[in-house]
Design a protein around this ligand. Structure first.
Ligand code: HEM
Length: 162
């Protein structure tokens, strides 16, 4: 198979990773947390959140690795690392930034202390803890959608904000 075809395959795998990953973040943000905030019993609210988001965390870990590997593979095969030095590729910076944030949260902060920290806060003041976690998800979702917008327009030759 020609090396260009491997590049196209990597792009398809990358986009499948993005769909499973950012699609999941969208579901957790707009559906799951919004619905949980309306559960009156704060104990079962926390229990449901931990069970459902915990299951998504495993999927998110796997697709974060796949998306990162396919993304770096594309950069390597296009020999396009110098894009990191060019402002018109702001969307590449944004994609990489989001990937770093998720990698740090999912692989380091969450297992080390974030899980326990959120649990303690939610037991003390559930409404405030869920409002905070909702805000964080909204920020990450907005940035992720902006990265998708920038990547698709940029990869197809429409350079905005330059
Ligand atoms: C380490 C992290 C990442 C790297 C190195 C990376 C790199 C790349 C590269 C090189 C391309 C191809 C660009 C081109 O054809 O000119 C691409 C495409 C794309 N990336 Fe990423 N990416 C990363 C993470 C992400 C994330 C987190 C998202 C979503 C929020 C994302 C969304 C996309 C999309 C939607 C495309 C497809 C554009 C298209 O073909 O229409 N990427 N990425």
């Amino acid at each position: 198979m020609e090396s260009y075809n491997y590049f196209v395959l990597a792009r398809a795998i990358h986009v499948i990773g993005v769909v499973l990953w950012i699609g999941g973040v969208a579901f957790v943000t707009t559906v799951l947390i919004s619905a949980l905030k309306k559960v009156p019993d704060t104990g079962s609210r926390l229990d449901l959140f931990e069970r459902l988001e915990g299951k998504f965390a495993l999927q998110a870990r796997i697709v974060t690795v796949i998306t990162g590997l396919s993304g770096f593979y594309m950069l390597e095969s296009m020999n396009a690392w110098e894009r990191y030095l060019q402002p018109q590729f702001w969307w590449l910076h944004l994609m990489t930034f989001i990937w770093i944030v998720f990698t740090v949260v999912l692989f380091i902060l969450e297992p080390l202390f974030l899980h326990r920290w959120f649990r303690e806060r939610a037991i003390r003041d559930s409404d405030r803890a869920f409002a905070l976690v909702h805000r964080m998800h909204k920020i990450l979702l907005t940035l992720s959608l902006l990265a998708v917008f920038g990547a698709v327009t940029g990869a197809h030759g429409l350079y905005l904000f330059q």
